[in-house]
Design a protein around this ligand. Structure first.
Ligand SMILES: [Zn+2]
Length: 251
């Protein structure tokens, strides 16, 4: 197989040998791939900027059995502003972590890549009224793309459309008080929160970024969605725990 030329965002990096790195890249043409980038930890490497986490780059690599081999990388967007703000960096890292955890190697989605780039752009360029809404929107759209769109209009147990006061993680959506199962993990949910979750499903991020909404409500939605996603994909996000720990320390 010949050289692959594609755009991709670096979602993870690991030092390898003395001067190399193993990168996890979410690419347009091949989805999630792992590549070795040789010599890029040398301070004067011309590929330094284009192979670091968050860099969206034009890549040329030889595909390999386990690892591709990067030949060229040209930086398109560094999302530099994310690196100067601990809060934004933690939120952006969570989005990358979600991709890393929920995509298989070679699983692709140009739509989710585009969504990720838009969300990182809104975060880094301060385009959102509330950064947390961007994150919650990404969670909701990602989990729906993965095939686990939560049911929010009728009880997942009896299909009743009133008194939907709980979000049932194992039940994949809202349930009424009668259908609550003792061995399921459920969150008590207020109408305002239900309305917000529905908005996250209904509107594009471009519109949601203009939403003015209290942090407290968005954080409740984020907590539920992170729990729900980790249940669906069988893996909790370390970046999310890091973000929560950091927030608790600074409150
Ligand atoms: Zn019910």
């Amino acid at each position: 197989m010949g050289l692959i030329e594609t755009n991709g965002i670096i979602i993870k990096e690991m030092p390898y040998r003395d001067q190399d790195k193993i990168l996890t890249v979410f690419t347009e043409k091949e989805g999630k791939v792992q590549c070795i980038a040789r010599g890029v930890r040398r301070p004067k490497s011309p590929l330094l900027a284009s192979t670091q986490v968050f860099a969206y780059s034009e890549l040329v690599y030889y595909p390999g059995k386990t690892f591709g081999n990067i030949q060229q990388a040209h930086l398109i967007e560094s999302f530099y502003a994310l690196r100067n703000d601990l809060n934004k960096m933690a939120l952006g890292s969570y989005l990358l972590d979600l991709i890393s955890n929920s995509f298989e190697v070679y699983q692709e989605s140009p739509e989710i890549l585009k969504l990720l780039l838009h969300c990182l752009f809104y975060l880094s360029e301060n385009k959102a009224k509330n950064d947390l809404v961007i994150v919650a929107a990404f969670q909701m759209k990602l989990v729906s793309f993965l095939g686990y769109r939560p049911g929010l209009t009728a009880c997942m147990g009896c299909r009743k459309e009133t008194d939907l006061s709980y979000f049932d993680i194992e039940g994949s959506g809202l349930i009424c008080g009668n259908c609550r199962e003792a061995d399921h993990y459920t969150y008590r949910i207020e109408p305002e929160l239900t309305g917000f979750l529905k908005d996250l499903l209904a509107y594009p991020v471009k519109q949601l970024k203009n939403m003015e909404i209290a942090d407290e409500l968005v954080i409740k939605a984020m907590d539920i969605l992170e729990h729900y996603i980790s249940h669906c994909i069988g893996k909790a996000s370390k970046a999310y725990s890091f973000y929560k720990d950091m927030k608790n320390l600074t409150l």
